[in-house]
Design a binder for this molecule. Sequence first.
Ligand code: GTP
Ligand code: MG
Length: 258
Amino acid sequence: MSPPATSDQADSSPSGAPQTAKKLKFSVVVPTYNEADGIEKLVTTLRDVFEQNGLDGEIVVVDDNSPDGTGAIVDRLEHEGYPVRCLHRPGKMGLSSGVIDGWRFARPDSAAVGAMDADFSHDASILPRMVAALQEGGYGLAIGSRYVPGGGISNWPKRRIVTSRVAIALAQPLTPIRDITSGYFLVKREALEGVELDPIGFKIGLEVIAKAHYGRALEVPYVFTDRVAGTSKLNQNEILNYLKQLGRIYGARLRGKR
Ligand SMILES: Nc1nc2c(ncn2[C@@H]2O[C@H](COP(=O)(O)OP(=O)(O)OP(=O)(O)O)[C@@H](O)[C@H]2O)c(=O)[nH]1
Ligand SMILES: [Mg+2]
């Protein structure tokens, strides 16, 4: 099984996008289910990161009819002029399928699409480095990474750290990328052309890493923080989904497909 891409660390990447380069248009998809406590702060934070770094970003929230009214908050923010749009789905349909639907809903002229959780686990301040990697770094995929120098995990229980490590070890033969289960990334749209993404479960990043045609990938370190508001939607079922997803990817590789 040959690795599909090279992976570099972020040491030599620029720290932000120069104003002179042609700006990369991108859409970050944030799937939500009951994230009313934090969504306004997240949209504001992303808006500030876009403005302060001269980024041409769009936020697409995919809300699954959250009973706590998350979707209505996002509609209001759009109305108030924030760079956000909400795709409303009728009920809880899963994180990965939400991200995939969000990419279809994203403005057509975005040359890159990405994913980010709504709960502030993913550090928005590294987004400019991720954008710069795609814009002028020659990378097709930029991943927020907990497992390269400078990255890490803050205040996770030991059980969760071990689960994450095992999940990553199981997928390691597929790619040299270290944070294979990262849910925080930006990928060139052209890298997804003709690629069939499995909408199962929580790990859309793994689908992209294992299947997309992105060439070089850059891992940008960040420290993952446990959610600051709302409650976790991760459950035992998602571990089974992950194993199913891995099985299908390995199966396709063995049959000679990507
Ligand atoms: N649209 C949609 N979003 C979802 C669904 N399940 C989870 N999410 C969102 O996906 C993101 C990740 O879910 P989390 O609950 O944070 O899962 P996690 O990060 O693995 O676990 P914790 O951080 O411990 O809560 C969050 O923004 C959730 O609101 C879903 O079925 N539909
Ligand atoms: Mg989370």
